[in-house]
Design a protein around this ligand. Structure first.
Ligand SMILES: *[C@@H]1O[C@H](CO)[C@@H](O)[C@H](O)[C@H]1NC(C)=O
Ligand SMILES: *[C@@H]1O[C@H](CO)[C@@H](O)[C@H](O)[C@H]1NC(C)=O
Ligand SMILES: *[C@@H]1O[C@H](CO)[C@@H](O)[C@H](O)[C@H]1NC(C)=O
Length: 286
C-alpha cells in the first residue's frame, strides 16, 4: 500500500509538471531576458501559452514583447545539416543551464526529481496522460534573417520530436538537405500544441539559428498548412509544412471538429495525426 500511494503521489506531481507551461531554452532564443529586456535569471514570460490572440500578438510571442529581445549578437542555434541539436525544455530560465550555472536543473523540466520508472508508470497506469503530455513538438526555419520578415508562408517545419515535451534535454534531428542561411543567419521557431491540458492553446517562440555544413543549395519549398489526416493518411500534406496555428483569434491554419480515432476531442499536434513524421523532415530536396 505504501508503495502504491507513493507512486500515485509521484504521478500527480509529475503530471502537474508535464501539464505545466513550458518553453524550449537555448542561449540563441528570443526572450531569455525579462519582459523589459533586463537580465532576469528567472525569466519565464516565454512559457505562457497563447490563446485566442490576434495574429500580431501571438506571432513570436509579441503579446509580451518576446520578439523584441533577441539573443546577444552572434549567438545562434547551430544546425549542422544531417546532424542534431539539443535544447532544454523547462518551465523557467532558472531551471536551465542559462541560469545559476545550471545548479537548479534536473532531468525534468521543473528542476525536481522523479523516479526513473515514472515513464513506465505513466504509460501503464495513467491512460490519458501520454497523449495529453507528449503530443509532440517541432522546430521550424525561415530563411529570413530579420524576425519581422518571417511569415507563416516562409517558416517551414524541419524537425519533430514525438512524445515531447517530457524531459528537460530534448534533441531534434536536422535534415541533410538544409541549405545554408543568408549571411546574417536564419530565424527558427519552436512550437507545441498540448493535448487535453484544459485550455486548448499553443506555444510559439523564436530563435536565431544558422545552418552549418550545408551541401544542398535547393531552397526549401514554400510550406503548406498541415491538415488533420489521422483517418486517411493519403490526405496528409506530404511536402514542406507550416507550423500548426490553432485556437487564435486570427491566423489559424487548421480547424478540427469531432473526435479522433481514440474517441478524444481532436487536437492538432506535431505527430502522425497531422502528417508529421518523427525526426528530421526528409522532404526538402524533392
Ligand atoms: C558560475 O560559474 C562561474 C565560473 O565558475 C562563477 O564565476 C559564477 O559566479 C557562477 N555563477 C553563479 C550564479 O553561481
Ligand atoms: C497512449 O495511450 C493510448 C490510449 O489513450 C494507448 O492506446 C497507447 O498505446 C499509449 N501509447 C504509448 C506510447 O504509451
Ligand atoms: C553560418 O554558418 C556558416 C557555415 O558555417 C558560416 O559561414 C556563417 O558565417 C554563419 N553565419 C553566421 C551569421 O554566423
Amino acid at each position: 500500500m505504501r508503495s502504491l500511494s507513493a507512486h500515485i503521489g509521484v504521478l500527480f506531481a509529475a503530471a502537474s509538471v508535464a501539464h505545466g507551461h513550458l518553453a524550449a531554452w537555448h542561449p540563441s532564443m528570443y526572450c531569455a531576458y525579462g519582459p523589459t529586456g533586463q537580465q532576469d535569471l528567472n525569466a519565464q514570460s516565454i512559457v505562457n501559452p497563447l490563446y485566442q490572440l490576434n495574429f500580431d500578438q501571438w506571432w513570436f510571442h509579441h503579446v509580451d514583447n518576446c520578439d523584441q529581445f533577441p539573443p546577444p549578437d552572434g549567438t545562434f542555434l547551430e544546425l549542422p545539416a544531417g546532424g542534431s541539436f539539443t535544447v532544454e525544455i523547462a518551465s523557467n530560465r532558472a531551471k536551465t543551464s542559462l541560469s545559476y550555472n545550471g545548479s537548479d536543473t534536473s532531468e525534468w523540466p521543473d528542476g525536481n526529481n522523479y523516479p526513473e520508472d515514472y515513464v513506465h508508470l505513466r504509460i501503464n497506469q495513467v491512460h490519458t496522460q501520454n497523449q495529453s503530455q507528449a503530443a509532440g513538438t517541432a522546430f521550424a526555419i525561415s530563411y529570413q534573417s530579420d524576425i519581422t520578415k518571417v511569415t507563416p508562408d516562409n517558416l517551414a517545419v524541419f524537425s519533430v520530436r514525438y512524445h515531447t515535451p517530457w524531459k528537460r534535454l530534448t534533441t531534434y534531428d536536422i535534415p541533410a538537405a538544409m541549405p545554408a542561411c543568408p549571411p546574417d543567419g536564419c530565424i527558427c521557431a519552436w512550437g507545441w500544441i498540448p493535448n487535453g491540458c484544459g485550455q486548448p492553446n499553443m506555444y510559439h517562440q523564436g530563435f536565431k539559428c544558422n545552418v552549418t555544413g550545408a551541401t544542398s543549395t535547393t531552397p526549401i519549398a514554400p510550406p503548406q498548412p498541415p491538415v488533420w489526416c489521422e483517418d486517411d493518411p493519403s490526405k496528409c500534406v506530404q511536402g514542406s509544412k507550416q507550423m500548426l496555428y490553432w485556437n487564435q483569434a486570427q491566423g489559424d491554419n487548421i480547424e478540427v471538429s469531432g473526435s479522433d480515432l481514440s474517441g478524444e476531442p481532436k487536437s492538432p499536434a506535431y505527430n502522425a495525426k497531422c502528417g508529421f513524421s518523427d525526426g528530421a523532415f526528409e522532404g526538402f530536396s524533392s
